[in-house]
Design a binder for this molecule. Structure first.
Ligand SMILES: Nc1ncnc2c1ncn2[C@@H]1O[C@H](COP(=O)(O)OP(=O)(O)OP(=O)(O)O)[C@@H](O)[C@H]1O
Length: 620
């Protein structure tokens, strides 16, 4: 699936031993709830044993009543029925005790289930999901460039659920299983040692089979998750890019791609099911084998008079069935181990990803900035060995408008990305009002920068909420003022519910120019001393461009503004234009200066003026 970026992780960090240690630490965090859940399961186990014992005794009482020469019943827990009770009285009392035990078990089973669900869904999952989400929010851009959105989404949902499976599906169930097996074993041993050994001889092959399949299943689960990420990626890309898909009549291609992914997931899932469907019957067969041994050898012991019927054979049969059931449960636990190891690796990978751009240990909280910005010998590359900005030095004075011009791929957007410190340069430094960006409190600093991208993202919320995205406490008046400054007020008032109109996903029901003006209003509401505009008129027509440019002229006043543009309409208003070529600063000056010097800017200016003249001629 080419849509899924591969994961680059240090595998040694995620060895089984290390993952297990971290999962145990996670469980330890919730030890009180785990202990409560475990205590309840032990009480349930004991109650089950009591019920079984009472049943065996009741059978022996009946057997003795029918045949007084048979072995008299052994009453449990030191209890003895009063001498004047008939066998019917005793059996009735025992039956009532069995019913009471069953009722108590039901109540406790309910509270066991509630405790476990509260622990897993009420505590572990929200805690992990919250941690993961806040980490994802703080991660640098590079993380999102490497990991696809679907992979991130799946980690936050399915993988978190499967990670918590380690606590309830592995630790709690595993401990419960061990305690149960130990208790049943001792009980069976007490009834008849040789019968116990004979019946349990099948548990060794059972354990071996479980171990074998457990190792086989894990890579399958990992592959399944990766394939599933790819499938979701194809789906989400098709939905997000539906316009392009339809525009290029690429529906059938996308359907084919989805079908390929769908088949890959299905066949991988089938492989897992195939393994499971072989594994489960084998374990059941071995469990049944022990029952055969019980009835052959145990029946012989009974006939020999070496074991009673109720308290012996019947209780033993009950214990054995539960015992083998628990051993067969090993497969479910082994399955959960593999699932939770695979999932937790994907969750921990996110939690462990270093935040590349973050505050230093003692960041300076800047007061309102003046906006004097200096690039001092800045070299930067997304991959450090391939710089896209090379030894860049320039100064922007407070209140100046700096235009940035260059061919596509010259590094304009990359330069803009360094100003809000989305990335740090590999060499050189960037200073704002004399302070290195790396010394500033990132949030406080970024709040003083308004940004309008080429394509601005709008949320499915009201127009007012979109404008107030970075300023949640803004009043309606302030929102309207910002909208007016961005020439957006009039078209907003023409919307069905004005500022309360709810926008479609990504503002799909607005034109490109309207979206840009909302984005500008959002940036202006911050009243930022620094404004960054990344080619805001790139995708609008000439009329809208004119509207945006006049809105911007007003918006840039009194702020240090950085404007990437290829159209002269915006650039000619700049106090200074930086011309980039392959990441280098090759020219610098005003529009008038650059238009008269031979170079890339003049070439572009001539071409645009020729286009303009041609348009005017054809209009006339
Ligand atoms: N996230 C990224 N990861 C890796 N390389 C990138 C990334 N973004 C941009 N580049 C590369 O960096 C170089 C500069 O890109 P940049 O987007 O800064 O150029 P630009 O001048 O803004 O181009 P345009 O006018 O087309 O937007 C290009 O070679 C581009 O392929």
């Amino acid at each position: 699936m080419s849509d899924t970026p591969s994961l680059h992780t240090d595998e040694s960090r995620y060895s089984t031993a290390k993952l297990l240690r971290r999962l145990l630490a996670l469980a330890w965090q919730f030890r009180v709830d785990c202990l409560l859940s475990l205590a309840l399961s032990i009480i349930l186990l004991l109650l089950g044993l009591v019920g079984l014992q009472l049943l065996g005794t009741a059978i022996d009482v009946i057997r003795h009543a029918l045949d007084p020469t048979a072995v008299p019943p052994a009453y449990p827990f030191g209890w003895k029925p009063p001498a004047n009770w008939s066998p019917l009285h005793v059996v009735t009392a025992l039956s009532l005790a069995i019913v009471a035990q069953a009722v108590l078990r039901s109540v406790l089973t309910y509270s066991y289930n509630m405790t476990t669900v509260r622990l897993t869904q009420g505590k572990i999952v929200p805690e992990l999901r919250g941690k993961l989400y806040s980490k994802i929010q703080r991660l640098s851009f590079r993380f999102f460039e490497v990991h696809g959105s679907s992979s991130i989404f799946n980690r936050l949902t399915g993988d978190v659920q499967n990670t918590r499976l380690f606590v309830d599906g592995v630790i709690l169930q595993g401990l419960n299983m061990l305690i149960t097996l130990a208790a049943y074993f001792l009980y069976m041993w007490k009834i008849q040692a040789s019968l116990t050994l004979a019946c349990l001889s099948v548990t060794i092959p059972l354990a071996l089979v479980t171990h074998y399949y457990s190792n086989r299943l894990r890579p399958g689960y990992q592959k399944n998750r990766d394939l599933y990420d790819g499938l979701v990626e194809v789906f989400s890309q098709s939905v997000l890019g539906i316009q392009t898909v339809k525009g290029f009549a690429a529906e059938s291609d996308r359907i084919k791609k989805f079908e390929t992914g769908n088949r890959a997931v299905a066949s991988q899932q089938q492989k897992i099911f195939w393994d499971l469907s072989v594994f489960t019957p084998i374990t059941h067969f071995l469990s049944q084998l022990s029952l055969v041994i019980l009835f052959a050898y145990g029946g012989w012991l009974y006939v020999q008079g070496r074991i009673p019927l109720g308290g012996g054979l019947v209780v033993f049969a009950g214990l054995l069935q539960q015992f083998t059931g628990q051993v067969a449960n090993l497969s479910t636990i082994a399955n959960s181990v593999q699932q939770s190891l695979t999932a937790s690796k994907r969750v921990f990978e996110v939690l462990d990803t270093p935040i590349e751009v973050e505050n230093n240990s003692n960041p300076v909280k800047p007061s309102r900035l003046k906006g004097n910005l200096v690039f001092d010998g800045v070299t930067f590359g997304y991959v450090p060995q391939t710089p896209v900005l090379k030894n860049l030095s320039f100064t922007a004075q407070s209140g100046q408008v700096i235009g940035i011009f260059g061919m596509t791929g010259a590094g304009k957007t990359s330069l803009l990305g360094l100003i809000p410190r989305f990335y740090d340069p590999q060499q050189g430094r960037i200073l704002i009002d004399g302070m290195d960006l790396r010394d500033l409190d990132l949030d406080e600093y970024r709040r003083q920068i308004g940004i309008v991208y080429q394509e601005s993202f709008l949320f499915s919320n009201t127009v007012a909420a979109n404008i107030a995205f970075g300023s949640p406490y803004a009043t309606q008046d302030q929102i309207e003022q910002a909208a007016r400054a961005a020439s957006a007020h009039d078209f907003i008032m023409a919307l069905p519910k004005g500022y309360n109109t709810v926008l479609g996903e990504s503002g799909a029901d607005l034109s490109g120019g309207q979206r840009q003006r909302l984005a500008l209003a959002r940036a202006l509401l911050l009243q930022p001393p620094i404004l960054i505009l990344d080619d805001p008129t790139a995708s609008v027509d000439a009329k809208t461009e004119h509207e945006i440019v006049s809105a911007l002229r007003h918006a840039m006043e009194g702020r240090t503004a950085f404007v990437v543009a290829n159209r002269l309409s915006l650039l000619r208003r700049a106090d200074r234009i930086l011309v980039l070529e392959e990441g280098r600063l090759v020219q610098e000056g005003t529009h008038d200066q650059l238009a008269h010097i031979h170079g890339p800017y003049q070439d572009a200016a001539v071409l645009q003026l020729m286009d303009l003249a041609r348009e005017e001629r054809s209009a006339a």
